[in-house]
Each structure stands twice: as structure tokens, then as C-alpha cells.
Design a protein. Sequence first.
Length: 285
Amino acid sequence: MRDLNEDTLTKETIRAVTGGKDGRISAVSEALVRHLHAFIREIEPSQAEWEFGIDFLTRVGKMCSETRQEFILLSDTLGVSMLVDAINHRQPEGVTETTVFGPFYVESRPELPLGANMSPNETGVPLFVSGTVSDIEGRPIAGASVDAWHSDDDGHYDVQVGSDLRMRARFRSDAEGRFWFWTVRPTFYPIPNDGPVGDMLAAQGRHPYRPEHVHFMIAALGQKTLVTHLFIDDDPYLDSDVVFGVKSSLVTRYRYETAGEAPDGSISLRDYLSLEYHFVLSPAA
Ligand SMILES: [Fe+2]
């Protein structure tokens, strides 16, 4: 392995990285080198451009902390997260479509009874969310774990602004597979763009916004866990989501409701919005 040149370097590198015992690691390493070298051959970076690339990745790494995952943002904004999601969710017709998990899920979220308000101290328009969880045969799933989380009406998640968990909770579907809860209307928001990924978006001439959405993660025995969002049909960023996560089947619409008795029998003193969706889970393999 001497005197390697532009013509022989790729072949020798592939040989060097594929000698391990783990076949999957060999296959991934081989593809990584092949595609990386092809990329470099295509763009023919100057030495200064190569250094810029190294510095960019270094800054992405240094930006990461307990509460900030710049590499996930990079993956999201380059369409990689949605591609991984698509490859892993080739599911039967009729099952609710998936989308990105996002960086703002919190394991220690509260578990609340059906009908509870998961955002009792938030400003913003009250929102009544309801729906059902069923299997692909249309049978209701009782006891499904229904996690919901979203931004405040200013476009921030709780974890971005403090340590109190807000605007997130886990509920359990009832015997008929139904769930319902109160919260406030979220809004569209920019992904964190004060780091290298924000610099990249600006350089690419892109805005940093995600359309308004509520995140859901729904899990039940014998079913694949569903990670998805619901989007709202009049959002200005539906067709330019910075992380490419919008699917038409997940775009819903608010109903504008007047103050008074709500569908769950509670009394809303203010006008409010309601949102309803029927989730269909895919059987576990
Ligand atoms: Fe989100």
C-alpha cells in the first residue's frame, strides 16, 4: 500500500476498512468510503474548502449539549432524518403515516387522565384535542399510550426556555380507543438557528421554519409504535418545512368553537379550537 494516487486510493481505502469481523460494519464502511470519495471527486474541494468543512463539523459537535443536538438538526435539515424514517416505515395502506421524532421529546413527561389540560398556565387559544386509536382492521385499541407535545404560542418548547415540563403529557386511550385532552394552540417556529446549522441554512438561502404541529407518539401492545405529527391546513410553511416532515395525510384543520359546553362535557369560558384525528397503528412484525 504505497504510492497511492487519485486512481488507486479509493480501492485501497475500501480494502483497508472492510477487514473487520462484523459484516455490517464492513458493508457500511465500504459504502461510506465509496460515496465519500465520489463526493470529493465531484466537488474537487480546494484545501481551504476542505478545512472549512472540517471546521463546520467541529462546530456542529461543539454545539451539542444535554439540551441541544446540532447533529440531529443537521440530519433533519439535509433530509436524512425523513429518509431514515421512510426506509423504516414502509407500512401497509391505511396506517397513519410517520414523520420525524424531533429533538424535543422528554421521557419524564407527566401522565395525565383523559380530559386533563396539559397546558393549564399557558397563554394562547384553548385547544381541545380528541381522537381514536385503532388497529389496521379498524378495531379500537384500549389502553394505548398517547404522548403529545408541542410548542407554546410563541414557538418555543418548554425545554428551550426553562426546566418546567409544559405542553406535554401522556394519556391512555379508553375502552373504545378514544382519547381527549385540553391544551393551547401551538404555532410555527424556527428550529434553533444560532449555530452552524443556522449558518448553513442562511448560506443555502433557506428559512429555518417548521409549520405549526402537535407531536404524537402512540404505543400499544402488539403494534408498532407510531411517531408522527398533526399539521394545520392554513400554515404558511406547510410546503417548505425546513426538515421536510409534512405529509398530506397528516394535515388537519381546526374547528372554531364558541364558549360553552365542550364535547367532553366541560365548560370552556372562552372560544376555543378543536382538533380531531383517528390514528391507525400497524401490527408489530
Ligand atoms: Fe416540533
